[in-house]
Design a protein around this ligand. Structure first.
Ligand code: MN
Length: 320
């Protein structure tokens, strides 16, 4: 049996465009971890401004170690020239080489909210697998993505517990990149098809609570019965599933910080509000899309995200 530890190694890939929501993801990691869990967060920075780096530099705290690693464009120059492909996806393919000292890592996207401590997830045994992930209901049922890549199932690559040891041993870094460069035209995803195609039967399937694509469920009209029968779960409602999820993943275009989405925009803005990014450090685009005011109402804080106004009752407010 692999050793159980309270250390959790996490990898994220950041660029300036995704900075705001990535900060929110990082804040949620920090807020909802157990005190004794030690998180080592490896941030791979692609095209991140100096002011953003300064901001990220301040995120380390007790039992929360943030490491910033420049994932230079140079390294991928030749690959990028051949095919139009974002460096972000390529960095994901290279994690086993970039994190050569680690046996395993939990990769997470920057459009997620982590609601619980991740030690149990991290300690799951993946020694016989390349990685562990959560199957995608809609991708399998509606789009038949698993058939496109010739597999039985199909996972979402936004949350993956990666067995770096085995990936290195079988030299999959190169296989991922070669597969991407020669992929069939029908493959529509940036990196997901490659992970599913290459890792196939050596993927361990996790419960939906570890990567809950909440808005996709709502947006596509998926019922809780469909969800329960697909994932073999017993949730009463989608809200029940969301409340009990370790990870909410805002996959797909309707992001809760761009559109008003019941339950999620409010939940998201609470995290955003508490990121406590000092005002003077905020990049110019930040204040353009996000503002907080206590002056508009005696009882509520008003948060504006683009054109959405969200009112949150202040804790010390007088009822009236
Ligand atoms: Mn995502």
């Amino acid at each position: 049996m692999p050793e159980v530890s309270n250390e959790v190694n996490i990898a994220m890939i950041l660029d300036d465009a995704y900075l705001m929501c990535s900060l929110c993801t990082i804040y949620s990691l920090k807020k909802n971890k157990k005190k004794n869990s030690v998180y080592n967060l490896f941030l791979f920075l692609n095209d991140v401004s100096l002011s953003a780096k300064r901001l990220l530099n301040k995120l380390s705290s007790y039992n929360f170690n943030v490491m910033m690693i420049d994932a230079s464009v140079e390294r991928f120059k030749n690959v990028s020239r051949i095919v139009h492909i974002t460096q972000t996806a390529l960095i994901k393919f290279n994690l086993s080489g970039l994190l050569s000292n680690l046996d395993k890592v939990l990769y997470i996207d920057g459009d997620i909210i982590v609601q619980k401590d991740l030690t149990d997830l991290y300690n799951m045994d993946v020694s016989d697998y390349y990685l562990a992930g959560v199957r995608e209901l809609r991708a399998e049922k509606k789009y038949k993505f698993h058939k496109l890549v010739g597999q039985k199932y199909y996972i979402n690559s936004g949350v993956m517990l990666m067995n770096l040891d085995l990936l290195r041993k079988d030299n999959l870094e190169q296989v991922f990149i070669d597969t991407k460069l020669n992929q069939p035209k029908e493959w529509k995803c940036m990196d997901q098809d490659v992970f599913n195609y290459v890792c196939g039967a050596k993927i361990k399937y996790l419960g939906v609570e570890y990567n809950n694509p909440c808005i996709i469920f709502v947006d596509s009209g998926t019922t809780i019965d469909e969800i329960n029968s697909f994932y073999n779960t017993k949730y009463k409602t989608i809200k029940d599933l969301c409340k009990n999820s370790y990870i909410l993943h805002y996959a797909g275009p309707p992001k809760p910080w761009l559109y008003e989405i019941p339950y999620h925009s409010k939940l998201y803005s609470r995290y955003l509000l508490n990121c406590k990014v000092p005002l003077y450090e905020k990049p110019p685009w930040f204040t353009k899309i996000f503002s907080v005011s206590n002056l508009e109402s005696k009882t509520h804080t008003v948060i504006k995200i683009l054109d959405i106004r969200i009112k949150i009752r202040r804790r010390n407010s007088v009822k009236g």
